[in-house]
Write a protein that binds this ligand. Sequence first.
Ligand code: C2O
Ligand code: CU
Ligand code: CU
Length: 537
Amino acid sequence: MISRREFLKKSGLLATALAIPTPASNVIAPGTEDELHEVVPRPSLNPSSLAPFVDPLPIPEVAQPNGYRADPLHPSERIPYYRIELSEIQVKVHRDLRPTRLWGYGATSPGPTIEARKGSPIIVEWVNALPKAHLFAIDHHIHGAEADKPHVRAVVHLHGARVRPDSDGYPEDWYVPGKSRLAYYPNVQDAAMLWYHDHALGITRLNIYAGLFGAYFIRDSAESALNLPSGKYEIPLILCDRRFDSQAQLYYPTSPMFHAPWRPEFYGNTILANGKLLPYLAVEARKYRFRVVNVSNSRFLTLSLSNNQRFHQIGSDQGLLRAPVLVTTVILAPAERADLVIDFLEHPGTHIVLSDPSGPIIQFQVDASAAAKSAALPATLRRIKPLPPSSAVRTRTLTLDQYSDPSGRVMRMLLNGMHWNMPISERPVIGSVEIWRFVNLTPDPHPIHLHLVRFQILDRREFDVDAYKKSKALHFTGPPMRPDLNESGWKDTVRCPPKTVTRIIARFEGFTGRYVWHCHVLEHEDNEMMRPFEVIR
Ligand code: C2O
Ligand code: CU
Ligand code: CU
C-alpha cells in the first residue's frame, strides 16, 4: 500500500495529470484512526450499511437579495443586500437516517449559493444566530480558543475573494450569537468559484465541520462568451468527508488526552456531496459542467469515474485554465476547486460513479435516450500571462514546520517557526510581485492558502531536509518540476509536498492592510499553521 504522503508527493510532482493512475489504496495516513483510544468511544455509523444512491443530489438554492442598499463606495448607486443567518438546523443526510444536527448558513448546509457578476458589488450581512453551546469539544490549549473565550464564535471569510481587510473575515474578528457583521464584496476579479466558510480563531475546524460553508460564483462576460454548459447543466459539487455516530449525529474524534482534544488531522469514513450521503444525479447524455470544491478538514480527494472515462478540467481555484486539460483523475486538497466538464454522450442508460479512493461519492444516472450533442469545448479558454520570476522584487523563504512532544505526539504546526501572535514578518508592498518559497520540513503535504491574492505555481523541487535543519542551506536533490497542467492557471491554494520546496509567484494587488496565509488542513490552521501578513504602501 502506498501511503498518503508518498502518493501525494508523487502526484504533486508528476508533470501531467493524465498520467496519474487511480490508487487502489485508501489515502488515510497510518496512525490517524486510533479510535480505540477515544476517551468516550461512541458507536459509529457504518456507511456501507446504507442503501447507496437513493437520494437525489441537492442543489443549494441561489441566495436572493433581501433588498438594496447604497454602495458605500458610490453612495448614489444601490447594490444588492443579502442577510444570511448562521443557525443550527436538522437535516436528513440520507433517506434512511434520522435528521442530523448541523450548523448552516440559512436553513441549509451547504448554505445558499451566491451568484455575483464581475464589477457588481454586493453587501452581505452575516448574522450569528447559532446556539450558545458548541457541537464539539473545544481544545482550550489552542491559540485563540482559551477557556475565557466564548465557545460559540464565528466570522465569515470569502475564500478566493479580493476584498478589503475589514470584509475578509480576520480570524480574530469573530463575534458571538446575537451579533452580526456587514461584508462588502466588490467582485473586482475574474470569473471563478469562490466559497465562503467560517474562520474563527482556534475553532475553524469545528465550525466548518459543523457545516458552515457555501459556494459563491463570480461570472464575467469572457466566461459567458465561451458557451459552457450552464443552467441545469452546471452543477456545484461541494464535497467533504465526515463521520457519524449510530444516531446519525456528526462525530468529530478527539485525542486520547481528555484536556487536549485537538488531533493533528481528521479523516471521515464517508463523503457528503452537497450535504447528502451517496446521492445520485439524473443526467442527460450530454456535457455537464461540475464546479467542485473540497471543503474537507484534512482529506485530499482524488476524483475519478467508475467507467474510467476521461473528462476535461477547464478551471481551478481562480477561474479558467488556458485550455481544457484531459484527465482521468483530479486531486483536490482542502479548499482547492476544480471546474470539470464531463460528457455523458457515449453512455446513455448507464450508471457512473464519481469516487475517491476512500469511497463512492455520487452516482450519475444517464438517461437512456440520446440527447442533442452539446457544443464542443473551446480550444482556448483564456489568456494567462506567466508572471516572470524576474519581475519579483523579493523572494521569501518560509518553512512549514511540525513539532512533537517527547513521546512523538504531534503538538502543533507553524509557518516559518512563528506563532500566530508574533509580530507580522511578511509585509509586501502593494502592487509588487513576490516569490514565496515554501520549504516543507514536515512528513506531510500542506495546502497553503494566501488571502487576497491569486498566484501562479512556479515549480516544486526536492531537497535534503536533514541538511536544511542542520545548516539552513538548501541542497536540492532533484530538478525543478513544473506544476501539472491543471494547476497551471491562477491559484489561491497550493499543495506543498513533503521534502519539497514549492515556489509561487504573486502580485500583491488590491488593498492594503492585514490578511492571513495558512495551511488549509483545518486542524493545522487551528494549531497554529497560520500567520498574518500585511500589504503596505
Ligand atoms: Cu479558505 Cu483562510 O481560508
Ligand atoms: Cu481564503
Ligand atoms: Cu498543514
